[in-house]
Ligand binder design. Structure first.
Ligand SMILES: Nc1ncnc2c1ncn2[C@@H]1O[C@H](COP(=O)(O)OP(=O)(O)OP(=O)(O)O)[C@@H](O)[C@H]1O
Length: 203
């Protein structure tokens, strides 16, 4: 019965898609969680492009998906192998994991999509090609010393890899949020986005 309901659910075109990116430990998950809470689960879907990669990887290697999605050592241990494997798939179809993530999180049921882990120019391209002006980009910024306090350690092979650096040269973000620990500054940044989304939803 559940399956039939799912199949009959109308496919909606999203009103807006917020693509968040930023360096490791800049606070992407922290900020997107807070924005998601404010918009509410009736309005918003949270999408993690890394989730379908990790599901496939966990199944293939009989690993724990929750730990792969978390922030601990387990994730770091598998990160490089997963990247290489997913790269091979992405070379054949650059939007493969974006599309898989949209489906995995049932995003088409919600008008607002929050993507918390945009890492590549090809991710931006895929969303823009498929959803046009609905797509908005948000860069999360934090100084290295603040990221270090949050547990970041520069790691060769990760921090100098395409997944960390591909978006570095871009400057034309719709919004940038500075997340160096000042709550008023962060609040102001989040509120600008939430207000814009709410006004777009009520059009
Ligand atoms: N403004 C903030 N106030 C308090 N804690 C914060 C803030 N921003 C981030 N943190 C904390 O810093 C840590 C790293 O943040 P988070 O996991 O959101 O970073 P990330 O950019 O998603 O990292 P990664 O790319 O490695 O997954 C978390 O423990 C988070 O709770």
């Amino acid at each position: 019965m559940e399956k039939i309901k799912e199949r009959l659910a109308p496919i909606k075109f999203p009103v807006c898609i917020l693509l968040f990116s930023g360096k490791r430990k800049s606070g992407k998950d922290y900020i997107t969680d807070r924005i998601f809470d404010r918009l509410g689960k009736d309005n918003a879907a949270m999408i993690k492009i890394s989730a379908p990669i990790k599901t496939h990887w966990a199944e293939k290697h009989d690993l724990n998906f929750e730990e792969l999605m978390g922030t601990g050592e387990y994730k770091e241990k598998h990160r490089q192998d997963m990247i290489k494997w997913s790269e091979d798939i992405r070379q054949k179809d650059c939007g493969y994991f974006c599309q898989a993530a949209v489906e995995m999180f049932n995003a088409h049921e919600k008008p607002v999509w929050i993507v918390s882990d945009t890492r590549r120019r090809s991710d931006l391209k895929w969303f823009k090609e498929n959803y046009g002006n609905a797509v908005k980009t948000v860069r999360v910024l934090a100084d290295d010393d603040v990221r270090t306090q949050r547990g970041w350690v520069f790691t060769t092979g990760i921090d100098d890899a395409e997944t960390e650096c591909d978006l570095d040269g871009l400057t034309d973000w719709d919004w940038s949020i500075l997340n160096n620990g000042s709550e008023p500054e962060l609040e102001n940044g989040m509120q600008n986005i939430v207000s814009w989304v709410n006004s777009t939803l009520s059009l």
